[in-house]
Design a protein around this ligand. Sequence first.
Ligand SMILES: [Zn+2]
Length: 70
Amino acid sequence: MTDWFDKGCKSCRNGVLSGQSTPAKVATNVQEHVHLLRCSTCGSWWLETEREAHVIDDAEARSTFPDFFG
Ligand SMILES: [Zn+2]
């Protein structure tokens, strides 16, 4: 597990915490009810579930959202 402050950047962490200016939503996995967000500042992928959001790496983003990555 990485420390919270190692995840993404200050911009997207604050956005996720506040729930107001979250990173842009770029894809949805309907079966798993999760969304893929991408920070325009640092380029981190975020996995948004019904309860929370956390940073995922490139491999996890690709395996969870294969349609988006084609
Ligand atoms: Zn960021």
